[in-house]
Design a protein around this ligand. Sequence first.
Ligand code: E4P
Length: 215
Amino acid sequence: MKLFLDSADCEEVRLAAELGVISGVTTNPTLIAREGKDLRETVRTLATLVDGPISAEVVAEDAEGMIEEGRELAAIHPSVVIKLPIGLDGLRATQVLSRQGIKTNVTLVFSIAQALLAARAGATYVSPFVGRLDDLSANGISLVRGIAEVFTLHGISSEIIAASIRSPQDVADAACAGAHVATVPYRVLLQMAAHPLTDLGLARFRRDWKDAFGK
Ligand code: E4P
């Protein structure tokens, strides 16, 4: 399973890219609004920081608007993937953009049925939201597992991006459930690298070394 960074903060993306562990970036209107910077400018910068897919989400509300916006965003850089919300307009736009060879990421997926529709419309990626389901006492990872089973059973090539990830355990569970990608906030990426036993172990190695060799 690959890791994408779920962030529109260029500094975070630069730091994560330096670790050599991320293969792409996802953004959404909330993340872009949080940074307060122009979407197009942000996408241009992100594409220089990471050699991989950069998801940029449309904000138009009808299919025609989504198609126009999608074409314009895709023209910014070959790495750009157009993120579209599931729904009738999103599906129509996905189908048109996919046929034109533009990569798409269908987002806000909360059911296997929605994932199947997105795949049939030609989505390159489908993004089930794990954390937002868990927030409602549903089971986000079960959804990822179900989509993975259906896609495998029916030879569907769309890739599953486990989104709305809240913890390192979500990442591990998404990998076991068959997601192709987990898109993680920077905070979760840092948590993934840490373990209290690693800290204790390292402190002991250093102490034993100093006790034996004095430096
Ligand atoms: C990514 O594609 C999604 O937009 C993102 O993971 C949503 O995460 P959230 O539920 O933490 O807002």
